[in-house]
Design a protein around this ligand. Structure first.
Ligand SMILES: *Cc1c(COP(=O)(O)O)cnc(C)c1O
Length: 324
């Protein structure tokens, strides 16, 4: 990847003249079955562009309550787009067509105007769960019939594809716009894309500049992304297997509560007893194991391409010592 970055052909992408960025955008549009794609610095920017160009101030965006757009984007949607988020509590990141249908407003002038529905696949906070694609298609039919737009936060769409056996294109098909990250499991240093209809991506291109996201000789980053797409996607299956191994090992740890069968991709969620999550994480950090808090007792671990089988065993040994 470093070699691909060093030898990347570059140009000024604010003038649309960086051939490597153009190649990445075409590659991702093609992979997702969309007309166009736009390279952006972060997944948050990709999501926020999708919100910005598919809503007006005063509109409402229906999302699953645990999603990234609601919880981890610093309230960007109300700040940048003047929209209200309507978080609906789903089942492991999933929203049913009935839930979405019931959440759509009736166009009374005193109500917010429903405009956009967002889903997340895999669903991070739910533990990296893969959405049921038949249900997604059914939600898409509701969205379409009510005249709304449909966005997918696909930061980990690559993991969903590997775990489900469906292609990224199939998973993306029900949606108008899809964001994807190159910097999560795929291991590129920086970068996300927003894909969708050409007209929507053209608007997002303008808004990317508004947000200060127009970058110049950024082909060095696009080259890393292209390398990750070609060479790292198939490795995600190994991350998933290591996450399952981690979960089954954690299950035999006395102070840990976990359902190993809940692990579908590269995310492992578990609860600790007898410590707070922060206390447990401090002890784990001292033992050389890094995880993040996801609740008072809840901890999230992720596996990724920089970890091997021996690292998982070392982490489990440390958990056994530290958590008992
Ligand atoms: C990481 C992530 C993003 C994007 O995060 P950035 O840090 O802005 O790149 C978006 N959605 C989900 C579900 C994520 O996990």
């Amino acid at each position: 990847m470093r070699q691909a970055m060093a030898s990347a052909e570059v140009g000024d992408d604010v003038f649309g003249e960086d051939p490597t960025v153009l190649r990445l955008q075409e590659r991702v549009a093609d992979l997702l079955g969309k007309e166009a794609a736009l390279f952006v610095p972060s997944g948050s920017m990709a999501n926020q562009l999708a919100v910005r160009v598919q809503t007006q101030p005063g509109d409402e965006v229906i999302c699953e309550a645990a999603c990234h757009i609601v919880n981890y984007e610093s309230a960007a949607a109300p700040v940048l787009s003047g929209v209200q988020l309507l978080p609906i509590h789903g089942d492991r990141g999933r929203l049913s067509p009935e839930q979405v249908s019931a959440a759509v407003r009736h166009a009374y002038y005193w109500e917010p105007q429903s405009r956009l529905v967002c889903l997340e696949n895999t669903a991070n906070k739910a533990g990296g769960t893969v959405l049921d694609q038949d249900e997604v298609v059914a939600v898409g039919e509701v969205v379409r019939s009510r005249g709304l737009a449909f966005h997918l936060d696909g930061a980990r769409l690559w993991n969903a594809a590997v775990a489900s056996g469906l292609s990224e294109k199939e998973l993306a098909a029900p949606f108008d716009t899809v964001s994807v990250c190159l910097s999560k499991g795929l291991g590129a240093p920086i970068g996300s894309l927003l894909a969708g209809p050409a007209e929507v991506v053209t608007k997002a291109h303008r808004w990317r500049k508004v947000l200060g996201g127009g970058m110049r000789q950024v082909g060095i980053l696009a080259a890393a992304g292209l390398h990750a797409l070609e060479h790292h996607r198939s490795d995600l299956a190994a991350d998933h297997a290591r996450a399952r191994r981690l979960a089954s090992g954690l299950a035999s740890c006395g102070s840990v509560t976990i359902d190993p069968d809940s692990v579908e991709t590269n995310i492992v969620m578990f609860d600790v007893e007898g410590f707070t999550a922060l206390e447990a994480l401090e002890r784990l950090r001292e033992a050389g194991v890094l995880m993040v808090p996801f609740g008072p007792q809840r901890i999230r671990a992720t596996t990724h391409r920089d970890l091997g089988d021996a690292d998982i065993e070392a982490a489990l040994a440390a958990c056994g010592r530290v958590l008992g």
